[in-house]
Each structure stands twice: as structure tokens, then as C-alpha cells.
Design a protein around this ligand. Structure first.
Ligand code: ADP
Ligand code: G6P
Length: 461
């Protein structure tokens, strides 16, 4: 339709993600999906639909809030869906599998049923809110079956999907008992986006091997680098950063920021830091490491175990190396305001980003954005982060399984002359300005809109 319009308005965008920020909660978000999306949709008429984060056992209509041209519609899950769909299948099974950690998977058929049921429930609640010419964009591993569920309810609009986390090689993916049905769910989308070329190759190969026709392409997610830089400059004069400066004296700050997640390589990073203190004595009492790691998915067994491990390692390192007026390590397992984090990034001489596997890792990009370009800090980055594709030229690259490699990179970073720091930072700053969050959203949606809907892979069944 639309032939009578002189200037066809851009279609409304419908974003569906399991985690939807509470309206105005943007400041406190921890997680690349919500942060990246919030940047990407700026200015467009948008409906953002998903889970409220709450459990309730009386099935109610979505809670709807509109702020300018952005409408939030959030539904509760039942207590049993939180357990089966969110904690069980999504985070106790798919999350470890997609991060190549087959040994951490916990498979239960009841969780699988809950996963299907929650997706059906989302589809039922979303259906009455949809308009025929909406552009629908579904996000992340919680909602892989949603596209097929909407198609089964007669939705003919274009539906795209973006996977924010990695996709493993076929030999690992096949460990999933439901791998075929999940691949066919992917095939219901008009376009599937992933973070890197490697993820695209893996998903493509899995689809081919198991007979599902997918249209997959890499769209690396980014940040709003200038916005984050401005936040970091403002925070520099703020109270939190001043307190931090006072407590550091002339010691160099080494910074880690992550959700408390086993994919982030936090214990590996601490072992690398411990090795620095052990092997490079000259840095003792000259550095302080801050690890901010807010508890995430704290009801899931593998995450509880990680928290205990972090507490134990941190106690061990402080016990072994602290002096009566210096502790080498501080850990915070709460969320910290984004502005304060930005200020800490600007202050830090080194950022340690050492995931064992990560879809992208926005913290790495935020650290780069926050630097003072005249006297920037150094990024130590795992080769297993999606961000390595873009930042390898400027970062000190490490394999996080090797504590000596982390210790050596830290030593090199702490000694690095300003000229080299500036050259490396400039390369990374150019990269984060090339692939921004806004550019990510625009290019995915442009590709989705450009598709001929007749070509829908296995859409209309
Ligand atoms: P993931 O999506 O796996 O959490 P990313 O690094 O891609 O990892 O994204 C994390 C996002 O959450 C970043 O924008 C980061 O600044 C934010 N974040 C991480 N830790 C905290 C924290 N402690 N407090 C507030 N925000 C955080
Ligand atoms: C990652 C995932 C997101 C998720 C976020 C926070 O960024 O890709 O889908 O929302 O972590 O995790 P949570 O379980 O709190 O939603």
C-alpha cells in the first residue's frame, strides 16, 4: 500500500527482546543488548516489547508506557517460566552452548517445553499490538522460536533476528538435542544477523548441514563513541572519580568491568594479575586493580559457583600480596552508574577485557571511547572477543588461558611510552567510529527492508 502518500514514512519499528529496560532505567543497564539497542533506535517510531523482569502468576496484558515516539510494552512471566525458560533453557543451556562450553550445559526436557511456551506467550501478547506494515526485529537467544510463532499466527510483516552472542561450530552445536528445530526456527526469519564473520560461517554451515535455509549476515554492534566520551569527561570532575583518584595516590589503575559471567574470563584475568605481582615485583604497590562485576543470573547454578570462585580468588590474591597500607585488588559485585564507569575508564591506565568467548564485548569499545587522546591508556584484549576483529591493531592481544601472557601484556602496558599508546589508541578510536551502534541498527534495518518478502526462506508454512 502507501501509494497515495507523497513521502512514505519509515515503517514503525517493533523491537522484541527478553530484557526490556524499564522506561527511564537506561542509566543502570548492564548488558550489551539493551545498551546497543537504545543507541541504535534513537529518533525512530518504535515499539519495544518483551519481559518486564517480574514474575506473576495471573496472566495480565502488557504494561504499556510511551515516552515521545518510543513505546514500551512489557509482560510478566510466570514463576515457572522464569525457572524453565529464562534460568533453565536460555541461561543454563543455550548460553553455555553458544559460548562453546558444552560441559556446562544442563539439559531438561521440561525446560525446553517452558522455552516454547514462553515464546508462544510472547507471540500471543504481541499479536494484537502489531500493524501490517511494521518492521519487526527480534533479539537474542531467548526468542529464537518467536518468528515462527508469529508466522503461525498469520503475521506477514518482515521479521529480522539478531543473535548478540556467538554461534559455535557445528560439532559443538550438535550437542544440543533440539538442534534441528532451533535451526528451523532461525529459518522463519527474513534475515538473521550475527556479530562476526566467524559466527555467520558457523550458523550458515549448521543450516546447510541440517537442511535449514537461512539468510545470515554479520553486523558487528558498536556504541555511541562520542556520547560515551562526553560522559567520561563529565565524570572526570565528579565525586566518584575524585574519590577514586584520592584512594589511588600515584598508583596506576587496572580496570575490569563485566557482568559476573563465566564467559568473561574473570578468574583467568585474576590469575594473570596475580602472575604480574609474582613475576614483576617492580609493580607491587604501584598498581591497583578494580574489578566491577555485578551479579548476573544469580539463581543459575553455574553463576553461583562463579561468584564463590571470584570471592575465593580475590581473598587469596589480597591475602598473598597486600601490605598493611595497600591492597592489590578491589572487587564490586553491584551495578555501578554508567557515568561513573565511564569516568573510571578514563582514569584507568589499563583495561583488562579477557573473555573466553564473547559475541562482541562493548566494554572494550567503551574503554577506547573514554580515553584522553593526548595520554590514553592501553587495552589488553582477548583474541576470543568479537571486538578483536576490529581492535586487534591497537590492543595488546592475549590468549586468556595463559596467565603469563596476561602478566606480560600488563607489564608491557604499564611501561608503554606515550607515543606508542597514542598510535595504538588512534587505530582503535577510528574503528569504534566506523562501526557505531547507530550504524549497526541502520544497516541491519536497511537490509531487512530491502529484501523481497517473496523470497522468505521457509516463512509461510
Ligand atoms: P554483555 O552483553 O555480555 O553483558 P558487553 O560488554 O557487550 O557484555 O556489554 C555490557 C554493557 O553493560 C556495557 O555497556 C557495560 O558498560 C555495561 N555494564 C557492564 N558492567 C556494568 C556495571 N557493573 N554497571 C553498569 N553497567 C555495566
Ligand atoms: C547479554 C545478552 C542479553 C542479556 C544481557 C543481560 O548482553 O546478550 O540478551 O539481556 O546479557 O543478561 P540478563 O540475563 O540480565 O538479561
Amino acid at each position: 500500500g502507501g501509494s497515495s502518500r507523497v513521502m512514505p514514512a519509515a515503517p514503525r519499528l517493533v523491537i522484541v527482546s527478553n530484557r526490556v529496560p524499564a522506561p527511564k532505567e537506561r542509566q543502570q543497564l548492564a548488558g550489551g543488548l539493551a545498551v546497543g539497542l537504545a543507541e541504535a533506535i534513537a529518533g525512530r517510531e518504535t515499539l519495544w516489547f518483551g519481559w518486564s523482569g517480574d514474575a506473576s502468576d495471573n496472566v495480565a496484558a502488557p504494561q504499556i508506557t510511551t515516552i515521545e515516539n518510543l513505546t514500551f510494552a512489557r509482560v510478566d512471566l510466570t514463576r515457572s517460566q522464569v525457572k524453565g525458560f529464562y534460568e533453565g533453557y536460555s541461561n543454563g543451556l543455550l548460553w553455555p552452548l553458544m559460548h562453546y562450553r558444552v560441559g556446562l550445559m544442563e539439559y531438561r526436557r521440561a525446560d525446553r517445553e517452558s522455552y516454547e511456551e514462553a515464546n508462544e506467550r510472547f507471540a500471543d501478547a504481541l499479536l494484537p499490538l502489531l500493524r501490517p506494515d511494521d518492521l519487526i526485529w527480534v533479539h537474542d537467544y531467548h526468542l529464537i522460536p518467536l518468528g515462527a510463532a508469529l508466522r503461525a499466527r498469520g503475521v506477514r510483516a518482515r521479521i529480522g533476528f539478531f543473535l548478540h552472542i556467538p554461534f559455535p561450530p557445528l560439532a559443538l552445536f550438535e550437542a544440543l538435542p533440539d538442534c534441528d528445530s532451533l535451526l528451523h526456527d532461525f529459518a522463519a526469519y527474513d534475515l538473521v544477523g550475527v556479530q562476526t564473520r566467524q559466527d555467520a560461517d558457523h550458523l550458515d554451515a549448521a543450516g546447510r548441514a541440517r537442511g535449514a535455509r537461512l539468510r545470515v549476515q554479520a553486523f558487528p554492534i558498536g556504541i555511541d563513541p562520542d556520547g560515551f566520551a562526553a560522559q567520561a569527561r563529565r565524570a572526570e570532575a565528579g565525586r566518584d572519580v575524585r574519590r577514586m583518584v584520592d584512594s589511588l595516590g600515584d598508583r596506576a589503575l587496572i580496570l575490569g568491568i563485566d557482568r559476573l559471567d563465566y564467559s568473561k574470563g574473570i578468574p583467568e584475568r585474576l590469575r594473570g594479575y596475580e602472575r604480574l605481582l609474582q613475576r614483576f615485583e617492580q609493580h607491587r604497590n604501584k598498581v591497583m586493580m578494580l574489578q566491577v562485576a555485578p551479579v548476573s543470573r544469580g539463581e543459575v547454578a553455574q553463576y553461583k559457583a562463579l561468584r564463590r570462585q571470584l570471592d575465593e580468588l580475590a581473598g587469596h590474591i589480597n591475602g598473598s600480596y597486600a601490605e598493611f597500607d595497600w591492597s592489590p585488588l578491589r572487587t564490586i559485585t553491584r551495578s555501578v552508574p554508567r557515568g561513573t564507569l565511564a569516568g573510571f575508564c578514563r582514569l584507568a591506565r589499563v583495561a583488562l577485557v579477557t573473555p573466553l568467548r564473547d559475541g562482541m564485548n562493548l566494554v572494550a569499545k567503551e574503554y577506547v571511547a573514554a580515553q584522553n587522546g593526548e595520554d590514553p591508556g592501553v587495552l589488553v584484549l582477548s583474541r576470543f572477543a568479537g571486538a578483536a576483529d576490529e581492535l586487534a591493531e591497537g590492543a595488546l592481544m592475549v590468549n586468556p588461558h595463559d596467565p603469563d601472557a596476561i602478566a606480560e601484556a600488563l607489564d608491557q602496558a604499564l611501561r608503554m611510552p606515550r607515543g606508542e599508546r597514542r598510535r595504538r589508541w588512534q587505530a582503535m578510536d577510528a574503528a569504534i567510529h566506523t562501526a557505531t551502534a547507530a550504524q549497526w541498527g541502520t544497516s541491519f534495518l536497511a537490509d531487512l527492508e530491502r529484501l523481497d518478502p517473496q523470497e522468505n526462506a521457509e516463512a509461510d508454512h
